[in-house]
Each structure stands twice: as C-alpha cells, then as structure tokens.
Unconditional design. Structure first.
Length: 658
C-alpha cells in the first residue's frame, strides 16, 4: 500500500492504526486526504466490508473525489462505502427509515424558503414602530442556536444585547417557526442534523439500529464540525471506531457554529483515543512554513505543531507597505501583468482578502486592466431567483401543501397578488388528494388554464428529471424574460440545471442534493474558463492552493479584524484565519498592507478595544525580520482618472488636484 499511495512514515502509521479511536492532527498541506483514503483502503484490504465503512466530508465534491481515488486503488467493484456530507448521510438514513424519524411526506427547504416562511411569522410578533429583527436575522439566530445545541433564550441572553421582553418574543417566533415547518412538512438544513441527533440520543432502539450499520466512521475536516455534528459522531461510536482527520490550527468557522473543542478536546471526550500527527508539508517552501509556524507559536494557545517542508526549494515571503489601498491594488495588478507577459499563467495566482469589501480596490484594477479573474463565492445556483422560479413550479406540482412553492408560482402570474394566492392555497390545502386540490384551483382560475398547464407539464415528465427541467424552463420563459433584464445570461443556467438533473434518478433527489450543497453560479458560468486569477476571501480559500499568493490588507484592524478585538477566543480564530491564508502559497507568498513601519500602529478609529498592555492587537507587530523580506513601495504619480474615485464627501478645497 505504501508504494501505491506513496505514504510517508507519519501517514502510514495513521492509516494502519487499528487499536481504537484516532484523531489525526494533519497540518496544512500534509496530505490529510491521501491519509483518509489510505485508511479506507487499508480497512478494505484487511477484510472489512466496504458497506460497513462510513466516510463523512463537508462537500459532495470532496466525497466524490475521495471515492474515485479509492476506486483506483482497490478496484471499482470493491468500493461500496457510504461517502457524503453529514447532511446527506443523515437525510439518506432517515429516508430509509421515515417512520422511525417522522419524515413521511416532508419537503427539504433552503435558506430562502426559511426566510419567506419567517416573514409570514414575524408580523405576528413585531410591534409597530420598533426595530424587531428582520426575518433573515431571526432565521440566523435560530440556526446558530440549533447547531450549537443551545436553548434559544440562553443563546440570546449570552450573545446578544436584546432586552428580556424582546428575547421572549424572539423565542416565541422561533417556536412558531418550528410549528409552521411541522404543519407544512418542511425540513430545513438545520432540522436534518437536529432531528437525526435527537432521535439518536433519545431513543435507544433507533440508536442501536443505526449503529449496527457501521464498524468504522471516517471524518474529514474534523475542525469544522459543530456541536450537533459531534453529537452524531458520539452517537455512532462504540462499537464503531472513529478516525477523525483535522487541524485545530485551521478551525476558522465559529461564525457557522464550528466548535474548536471538537478537535482540541477530543481525547477528553473520547478517553481511549490516540492523537497522531502529520507535520511533513508537501505544498509550501520552508520559508513560508517558518513564517506560519511562528504565527502559531506566538499564540497563547498550544497548537503543538511544527511543519517542515518536503520540498527543498528556497523562498522567503515578502512584506510590502503601501501608502493607500489604491497603490496596493495598482501594484498587484501591474505585477500580475508583468508575470503573465513573462509566460506565467493567470491561474497560478491567488489574491486572498480578509473581507470582500477589502478587495474592492483590487477588483476595480483587475477590471480596468482587463485581467481575467473569478471572485470565489457568489449566489448559489439554486438560490438564484430565476432558478427558484423554475423549482417552485416543480415543487408545487408534487404537493398541494407546499405553500411557499405555490405562493411563489401563483404570484409570478399577472393579476395574482399575495392575498389572492393565499386564498387559493387555503382552498387547495383543504383537500387530501392532489387531483381534488387542482380541481379547487381551477374554480378560482376560470379562463386561466395556462397556469394549470404548468402543473400538468411537470407531472407528465416527472420520471425524467432532465426533460422536466427543459420543458419547465421553456414553459416559464415568456414570464421570466419580462421579469429579468439579463435574461439571456440567466437562461443558460437552465441548460446547466438540466445536465445536473440528468445525473439523478428522481426530481426529489436532485432538488434535495443541490439544496444541501449548492453550486455557485459563478462556477457554473465559468466552466469553460480555466485560466483565471482567483480572488477569494481567506475563509473561502481554505482547501485551495496556488504557486503565487498575494495576501492583501494584512494590516491593523484586519488581522485580527476589528469586530474580534478584545475577545480572546475570537482573536485566536483570526490568527488561525491568517495561518490558513499563509499556508495556501506553494512557491511565493507576498503580503501587502497599507501601513507605516516607522510610526505607531494606525488603527481605524472604530477599533479602540485593547487588552494587556493597552495597545490594540496586531499579529505582525512583533514579526522577526529574519523571516521575511520587507520593503516600502513608492507610489506612482496618480493618473487623472484616479480623481474620479474620490468619494463625494472628500471633494473639498483641501484636496482639489489643481
């Protein structure tokens, strides 16, 4: 196996450890994916039935890639293990036993659907003239409380400044929200984990039935798991053995509910577990790793890792200071052009920003200088308005009880408003059978048979997911073309949607799959464009790499971010965010900032929060000179066009250029 997978000593030891539960602390670039695949291959070769192995990841793409690589090692006919996201695994298991989990006739809804449902509920609890949380904020609060397994009132009292009376009404709205979901047979993203974990721990018979399916549970990206996901793992272990791979130094998603302690406190939660380490980095040069190691060692938290490079290439990171963010952005754009003219591909370069807002100057120069790029993120394909318009018709055709889908579909048509649509939906919901519900709708829609035609069309092609998408898209085109200015661009998404649907046996499976793990419209529209500079936030950069990385705006107020200052746990997560950004670079790491090294740290006026010595925190304040090449970059004379970028409130007699 060592020759086939080219494992080093650390990876081999982890992959073949058979004495119980294991936590593999895999530093950045140390081959964690290779190790977890090797673990699965080892188990199969030892005689473990592949169907007794469960592999949990955080994206469908990661699960698919791991499965394909495993097939190439042990043979395609020997790989039948369950591999997918936590949400996919839980939903798949509950769909197999719907009665045990109370999932008969449920529909999975996405965040937009959650927001729409909460809007209907919010009006009952909001008092006139007050600033009651928006629907999206209420949904976010419900989601975070649920994923961190905290009672809503406890979470609000601990982490928000709401008055007790407001907390009481928010909690009441949350209770109503859950009630309406149950009444409509809705299951949202958070419910999938919650319902599964709750039944697993409350009903011993359910727990025993699920546990007997698996002997080994392999977990990727353990540092990204939240308390609810930990409960699921805790419910599956013993007799199943846990093999969890992660890196506490890359735990950067607390804002999503990820719990740093799931890795850092693993051995106290699983007393008989062992911790193995991967510290040989195959990605970066030693100079980049020396800087990254220093950043972790400078922390009050003990990460106990010291990465060393497999490669012998020598390079020292650069730290460049600029007078303004426009000077910084112009230099990066010019440097990219110079490298490209010298023969480098655009795709070999990545620009990493702490926030999307912090990259606006860079993005403007990329556009101005015609540098092809992609900004990682964007609206997910199934969240795009025109796609949701299409899917609401498909969902409505499946159930008269899906009031969100029916509301969206009916109000797309002229002369049908919210009130009229609500009356129609109420009439349909009074009937137990779909045919009777449609007959009731026909009475309300005298002379407007085209609306019913859409339902009939979907039902006609229901068993052919791809054709259903194509036919539905053509049917809705006259309406959607009038709703959206950029229709020609949006229309192309339906072709992609049909191709994706063709991979699924049913429309229900297709919709649920991409609701749980959306695909970006940015990705979908650039499938054929490959030679692009990647512009990404530090959080989105996790799991990626590039030969040349520019870390921009690495300045006071950004690392750590202003919002985190004064809260030690949040500041430490900011340190880990910078660590993740640094370790994306393979050959060159270029750090840029707007900063004067000869004067005091210039904090934004709104920072103000300090601890210890009374000075604001800045991670690079004590950076040893030996770890980095530093320098100031002289600003070029501004071109006349630059004055167009001065904000209106800055245009006064003191800065008029003449």
């Amino acid at each position: 196996m060592t020759e086939l997978l080219e494992l080093n000593t650390e990876q081999e030891r982890a992959a073949t450890y058979d004495q119980g539960h294991v936590l593999v602390l895999a530093g950045a670039g140390t081959g964690k994916t290779r190790t977890i695949i090797a673990r699965a291959a080892h188990l199969i070769r030892q005689g473990v039935d592949p169907e007794r192995i469960l592999m949990l990841t955080f994206t469908r793409r990661a699960a698919r890639e791991m499965t394909e690589r495993l097939k190439s090692i042990v043979g395609r006919d020997r790989v039948a293990l369950m591999a997918g996201t936590f949400h996919h695994f839980c939903l798949y298991t509950m769909r197999r036993m719907p009665t045990l989990f109370g999932l008969e006739g449920t529909t999975v809804i996405d965040r937009d659907d959650q927001n729409q449902l909460m809007k209907l509920i919010r009006v009952e609890f909001r008092q006139k003239g007050e600033k009651f949380p928006r629907a999206s904020e209420l949904v976010r609060l419900c989601s975070f409380a649920r994923n961190t397994t905290q009672p809503m009132a406890e979470y609000l009292n601990r982490y928000t400044d709401y008055e007790p009376e407001m907390v009481e009404r928010i909690c009441a709205a949350a209770i109503k929200f859950d009630q309406r979901k149950r009444e409509n047979g809705y299951l949202d993203y958070d419910d999938i984990l919650f319902v599964f974990a709750k039944r697993l721990h409350e009903d011993p018979s359910v727990r025993e039935r699920v546990r007997r399916f698996y002997d080994h549970v392999l977990v990727d990206e353990m540092q990204d798991t939240n308390p609810l996901q930990w409960l699921i793992l805790d419910g599956l272990r013993d007799p199943a053995q846990l093999f969890c791979v992660g890196d506490d130094a890359q735990s950067i998603y607390a804002f999503r509910g990820a719990d740093f302690r799931n890795v850092h406190s693993f051995t106290s939660r699983v007393p008989d577990a062992v911790v193995l380490r991967l510290e040989e980095n195959f990605r970066s040069t030693q100079g980049i790793l020396d800087l990254s190691n220093w950043l972790l060692a400078d922390s009050p938290i003990r990460y106990n890792k010291q990465l060393h490079a497999h490669r012998r290439t020598v390079s020292t990171p650069r730290l460049l200071n600029f007078d303004s963010d426009f000077d910084e952005a112009r230099w990066i754009a010019d440097d990219l052009i110079e490298r490209h003219e010298a023969g480098a591909s655009w795709k070999d370069h990545m620009i990493i920003t702490r926030t999307g807002y912090g990259a606006r100057a860079v993005e403007s120069f990329m556009v101005e200088k015609k540098i092809p790029y992609r900004f990682v993120g964007g609206v997910s394909l199934l969240q795009a308005a025109h796609v949701k318009d299409l899917l609401c018709l498909i969902r409505a055709s499946a159930s008269q009880h899906d009031e969100l889908a029916w509301m969206r579909y009916l109000t797309m048509w002229p002369r049908i408003g919210d009130v009229t649509a609500a009356k129609m939906i109420r009439d349909m919901r009074a009937h137990a059978h779909m045919d009777d519900a449609i007959d009731a709708l026909k009475i309300r829609l005298k002379g407007r048979s085209n609306i019913i035609n859409g339902i009939n069309l979907v039902q006609e092609f229901w068993d052919n997911p791809a054709e259903t998408i194509r036919q539905t898209g053509q049917f809705l085109e006259p309406i959607l073309e009038n709703r959206y200015d950029n229709w020609k661009v949006r229309k192309k998404d339906f072709d992609l949607l049909a191709r994706l649907a063709a991979r699924h046996r049913s429309l229900l499976a297709f919709i649920e799959t991409y609701t749980l793990d959306p695909i970006s419209t940015t990705e979908s529209r650039r499938l054929e464009e490959t030679d692009l500079v990647t512009l990404t936030t530090a959080h989105s950069a996790k799991g990626t790499e590039a030969p040349v990385c520019y870390l921009i705006r690495v300045e006071p107020g950004m690392y750590p971010h202003i919002r985190s200052m004064g809260v030690r746990d949040q500041e430490e997560e900011e340190r880990r965010t910078l660590y993740v950004a640094m370790t994306r670079a393979k050959d060159e790491l270029i750090i840029t900032r707007t900063y004067s090294p000869h004067g005091p740290i210039q904090m934004p006026y709104s920072a103000g929060r300090t601890y210890g010595s009374g000075e604001p925190v800045y991670f690079l304040q004590t950076l040893p000179e030996k770890l980095i090449d530093t320098g100031d970059v002289d600003s070029e004379p501004a071109e006349f066009d630059d004055y167009d970028q001065i904000s209106p409130w800055q245009r006064n007699e003191d800065n008029v250029p003449f």
